[in-house]
Design a protein around this ligand. Structure first.
Ligand code: UDP
Length: 243
């Protein structure tokens, strides 16, 4: 059996990826499909922590643009990620994959608090750790959470699963038929060209801690396995080596 390229990964699932075609809420078929892909990867003995977003339910910035206090709106966004985490946990447990949800916003009845050492221990035992509640702080994003947790738990890569796009392009491929996909990019290219893979806080954190990001399409079955196996897929953002 081929050996996976990565032993420990962070999968970043945006809320949008859980919404499927409907564009909001949680699509049970989509979440089942993701759970199946994750089960395949766990079989390969890859340790997986999933950082879930919440944009399918609530985004702080939208609330604040309508006059809400930004911090309050952001806390609502953090709570939205907990809903997604529980839905993913349920789908995984239906497939008999052991999971633990940890949240940065304490909610003892439904999830463990985020404790780094405990998260690592779960991973070592083959459990999928679902990280909810973002960083626990307003003004941040779940992309930044993925970067932060990847550094903390020493994940080798962030798998940035996207819905409908299979990598990073020099223009929007939906609008420009001549858009070209990059196979590889440096962190600085992402920052200086304003490529919207993740926000600049998250990108800088990955750059400073040398954590590669693989951007790929989630909706193609088997892609999470391909990603952990190191098959050529999507766009990799990493520290550029000198030619
Ligand atoms: N959020 C936050 N702090 C964090 C992570 C998330 O305040 O550390 C809030 C923020 O309002 C954000 C919302 O939670 O809009 C949902 O997260 P995000 O937008 O990152 O979700 P995604 O785009 O991945 O679905």
């Amino acid at each position: 059996m081929a050996t996976p390229k990565y032993k420990r990964v962070i999968l970043k699932l945006s809320g949008e990826a859980l919404a499927g075609q409907q564009g909001f809420g949680i699509d049970p078929n989509v979440i089942h499909n993701i759970a199946q892909q994750l089960a395949e990867v766990v079989e390969l003995k890859v340790e997986v922590a999933v950082v879930v977003g919440g944009g399918n339910i609530w985004r702080g910035i939208s609330g604040s643009s309508k006059g809400m206090d930004r911090a309050t709106a952001d806390y609502m966004g953090m709570l939205a990620t907990v809903l997604n985490a529980l839905a993913l946990q349920d789908a995984l447990e239906h497939l008999r994959v052991d999971t633990r949800v940890q949240t940065s916003v304490e909610m003892r009845q439904v999830a463990e608090p985020y404790i780094r050492r405990r998260a690592i221990r779960h991973l070592e035992k083959g459990r999928v750790v679902i990280l909810a509640g973002g960083t626990g702080n307003p003004y941040f994003s779940t992309d930044t959470t993925a970067a932060l947790r990847a550094a903390e738990i020493e994940a080798e890569v962030i798998l940035m699963a996207k819905n409908g796009v299979d990598g990073v392009y020099n223009a929007d491929p939906q609008e420009d038929p001549d858009a070209v996909k990059y196979d590889e990019l440096g962190f600085f290219d992402v920052l200086s060209q304003g490529l919207g893979i993740m926000d600049s806080t998250a990108t800088s954190l990955c750059m400073d801690n040398d954590i590669p990001i693989l951007v790929f399409a989630l909706n193609e079955i088997g892609n999470i396995r391909r990603a952990v196996m190191g098959e050529s897929l999507g766009t990799i953002v990493r520290r550029k080596t000198r030619a």
